[in-house]
Design a protein around this ligand. Sequence first.
Ligand code: M6R
Length: 610
Amino acid sequence: MCGIVGYVGPNEPQNFLIEGLEKLEYRGYDSAGVAVNDNGEIKVRKAVGPIANLRKLIGDENLGGHVGIGHTRWATHGGVTVANAHPHTNMDGSLALVHNGTVENYIELKEQLQAEGVRFVSDTDTEVACMLVSKHYKELGDLKEAIDKAASEMEGTYVLVAVAADKPDMLVAHRRNAPLIAAKGKDFNMVASDFCAILKHTKDVYLIENGDTVVLTQDAITIYDEKDQQIERDLMHIGWDVDAADKGEYEHFMLKEIHEQPKGIEETLSRSLTEDNRIKLYGIEMTAEELDKYNKIVIVACGTAYHAGLAGQRVIEKVAKIPVEIDVASEFRYRDPFIDDKTLFIAVSQSGETADTLEALREAKKKGAHVISIVNVVGSSVARESDQVFYTFAGPEISVASTKAYTTQLLCFYMLALYFADIKGTITEEDYADFVEELKAIPAKIEKCFELEPFIKRLAADYYDREQVFFIGRGMDSCVAFEGSLKLKEVSYISSFAIAAGEMKHGTIALMEPRTIVIALATQDALFDKTVSNIQEVRARNAHIISVAKEGNISIEAHSNETMYIPNCRDEVSPLLSVVPLQLYAYFVAKDRKCEIDKPRNLAKSVTVE
Ligand code: M6R
């Protein structure tokens, strides 16, 4: 979704801003712009489409100045036009502002401002925020106070960053429930909505809290909390390398990130595994007494993170014998769920900024639940608002289609299940040791799955033009079916559906035709025969079957047109392996269909609006 970057320092901001915006491209956007304060003149340049269009528009022009702000916009209020792109300016062009999030009462505020003679040139809520800040700046003469006053009148979720023509050495930002960091460089300072935008220049950041207003000059970052008290926040050093956000030898981030899964699993596991092979969770500690307080676990997430939760639900119930409910975050709040202080709530999110997940978490906290989150982005809003955080160490995930975050989220659920089972005594020592060994073996087994790549490329070449694909499976396989289907549809735009294999015959089987592809997951030893029956049912209706089974289960070939084998493993952990060929299939099909793989149409990496 929208991205923000701002710079104050001795150099001209232009390159810092445009390169920063390029690093934010992965979040999804449809227009971009910059505003530079060139010694009292605010120069604004905006273009629809990729940043390359903005670069082309600016060409060799030198925008000058020492202060600037930039923005990538993912349209919400008003279409994709230059007028609606950010930065927005006030009527005389003496103030420019960028904004992430939404101003919910913008219509009311706009009408008030119009009655006072303000003329608008866009359809956006951002222009309303800009005009409001401008009005208060004219009254108060202080940019920080003007932003604070405007923010006190605005409802919604947002970050605002403003520059004023008569302040050529300063920018001011305000945060309310949308991500914002302030980064400290050697002789410059920056703000951004995401670490990626500043990583090339510095790794030292302040996490700006809700309600904070931050004033940046070349020499100082001054933070005021919501009570308007100047406050010292801890300076955090980011551990990621700038290369982590580069494609390296790969053509796409998605393929690179699929291949980074063994490393992500190793990193995540190593932080929670003691030398004597016990699970000691990184970031979470619970006594038997504490765990006993909870009568159920509720998992809430969106998209791929939700699919990881589906597997998490099954494994926690099976191994730790605790009842688990799961819901998509966008539904959770609106069904008035039974949550109280006996609920252990688990929010799952790669970005930690997904608005639906964040709101669900807040609702659960309000009702007294203890909140644990499984999050990839350190210091993100979900992480900060949780009681305890269990970080995944997948590294930065740039491709909109989530891959390595999913497998590390799954791993966290296995570790949580084992940790709880150990505390509650619901697992034998032998089984515990066997499970841990299985987890330790996963990175090498995923590497083995990569050997399927040439075969999957061939499958993709043969079937990339099939417009209808179904993913079926039972037990843990049904959870992976949902993830495989989401991957395929989001990167290749093929209509793909996932369904529990046993449900097919209750309606969906009516859709089977000779050109239909059914990807059948049959990795669960305990359910193998039943899955084979379901495969036979769809094959009898002429569907084309691509199956995924554990090595050695060659009987599946008699019921399939194509078969992919994953290494042998316990049934519970098979999602960590069986998802890999599905990710690769989605990737190569999308490539053959010439889709924009890392930034699929209409999608954003981080969905920060409800
Ligand atoms: O950052 P989050 O994990 O909270 O994001 C949740 C979903 O938006 C995300 O998983 C989305 O479904 C991905 N595009 C899937 O590949």
